[in-house]
Design a protein around this ligand. Structure first.
Ligand SMILES: *Cc1c(COP(=O)(O)O)cnc(C)c1O
Length: 463
């Protein structure tokens, strides 16, 4: 509270205290509305086409955009750049074994490379894979390998306002039914995405993961953990699931991974690195077949398309991501922004998830019909107002199918350890200004669209 006379109240309003201090700064640029109008015009009203230099607070994604610690930078100086069997690989392998318990560890250049290698091994055309909700690259890799990929979320996941604690869960009843009714051998894997990114960063409970694991074991089907955000999921389990308040996040993460046979991971999230991924498993035979295949596209199996120094940064980052103070601050920052926006009357997906705030754009801009992309309209208005870059997650991203259901959202993804609470406050200030004149915000039309993944390169015009 700026106006409060009580200093302690004013301090509390500053938000969560950072468990780090700043050692290097990267200047960011403020700009005028006229400049931003010009840049946006040149970009065809697509924020992916705007140069990062023209952005003040960049909440486009939290993938690979975080700040590394001095421990990570120090470890990078010890990177072993040997082609085969580098020390860096063994340090990473031993860390993954210790933190997650998988004996076979294969580094990859990012999460989608791990998914590609895994599904090429697991899937034959006509097979099926199931999930609580597939992340978009995971789904794409399963489908490219010839599988049908089905989501089995619980009904609560669809209710944006419900504050159920584990909206990322898989529907165990449906999972059981599908596994029972499918012909033997048709379903080749069940993917548990923790946290459930596509569903608003919502966590999955340990009892749900255990339930899915039991069903899979009963049918001899591997359970695959998409562990990109597993540390954040572990934090939510400790906070919300009965019986875990006294357990450490590391213990909980280990309990989650014990349920799985295979793990894929984008280390650009809870590996706290700018690039990197992992594929890990228990089956040595499967790992050997994948190692033989990966040489063609990813590189030798002990470096997987990364430099030795990247492997060392990842080994340190995986451990730091499970640090309780780090997690409390990270999730606290997401809540800090959500609380400001909620109090400003901005409709949000509740409860706030792990990595960002999801704004219900259709609720904020009720005058803009779905055909005019309220999410894109809000993301553009936010950029013009405050130089804040966000990401539309709605009909631009998923398509115009009138029968399909998805909410029209804008995601404010918060990079790890990068922005101050005051900078997040500037984002809320921009929303306050938008709220005052929201009826003047215009919808958009798509004027140029590529055949696949159109949100990255499409061009728009205001209607
Ligand atoms: C980011 C992400 C991926 C894909 O990883 P990349 O490193 O971007 O290839 C897969 N699953 C989840 C849950 C993610 O958040």
């Amino acid at each position: 509270m700026q106006g409060s006379t009580d200093p302690l109240e004013r301090i509390a309003a500053l938000g969560p205290v950072e468990p780090y201090r700043v050692k290097m700064v990267e200047p960011i640029q403020t700009s005028t509305r006229e400049q931003r109008e010009g840049w946006l015009d040149e970009a065809g009203l697509n924020l992916f086409r705007v140069p990062a230099e023209c952005v003040f607070v960049d909440l486009l994604t939290d993938s690979g955009t975080g700040a590394m610690s001095h421990h990570q930078w120090g470890a990078m100086m010890q990177g072993d750049e040997s082609y085969a069997g580098a020390r860096s690989f063994y340090r990473l392998r031993d860390t993954v074994r210790e933190l997650f318990g998988f004996s076979e560890v294969i580094p990859t250049h990012q999460g989608r490379a791990a998914e590609h290698l895994l599904f090429a091994e697991l899937v034959k055309p006509g097979k099926r894979v199931l999930s609580n909700t597939f992340f978009d690259t995971t789904r794409a890799n399963a489908e490219v390998a010839g599988a049908v990929a089905d989501d089995l979320p619980t009904p609560e996941a669809r209710d944006l306002g419900s504050d159920r604690p584990f909206k990322g869960d898989i529907d165990l009843t449906r999972l059981s039914d599908v596994l029972k009714s499918a012909p033997a051998g048709e379903i080749v894997g069940v993917v548990m995405t923790v946290t459930n990114n596509a569903g608003g960063g919502q966590p999955v409970s340990l009892s749900n993961i255990r339930g899915a694991s039991e069903l899979c074991r009963g049918h001899g089907i591997p359970l695959i953990l998409d562990a990109s955000r597993i540390a954040e999921n572990g934090f939510f389990i400790r906070e919300r699931e009965k019986g875990f308040a006294d357990r450490s996040v590391s213990e909980i993460v280990r309990a989650m991974s014990e349920c799985a046979d295979i793990m894929t991971m984008s280390a650009k999230k809870d590996g706290l690195v700018n690039i990197g991924g992992l594929l890990a498993m228990r089956d040595a035979g499967m790992a050997e077949r994948i190692r033989q295949q990966m040489v063609v596209t990813e590189g030798f199996p002990t470096y997987g398309g990364l430099a030795g120094r990247d492997l060392d940064a990842m080994a340190v980052g995986l451990r730091e991501a499970q640090n309780e103070e780090y997690l409390a601050h990270r999730i606290g920052q997401v809540r800090f922004l959500a609380d400001l926006l909620r109090d400003l009357g901005v409709p949000l997906i509740e409860p706030t998830g792990g990595h960002g705030v999801f704004v219900d754009a259709a609720g904020f801009l009720p005058h803009i019909p779905r055909q005019q992309y309220p999410g894109q309209a809000l993301a553009l208005a936010l950029y013009l107002e405050g130089g804040v870059r966000s990401c539309e997650i709605g009909s631009v991203m998923f398509g115009d199918d009138p029968d399909a259901y998805w909410p029209e959202l804008v995601r404010l993804a918060i990079p790890r350890r990068s922005y101050s609470n005051a900078q997040l406050g500037a984002v809320a200030t921009a929303f306050a200004a938008l709220r005052e004149r929201r009826s003047a915000i215009r919808g958009v039309a798509i004027v140029d669209s590529p055949p696949v993944l159109r949100h990255f390169t499409a061009k728009f015009a205001f209607v």
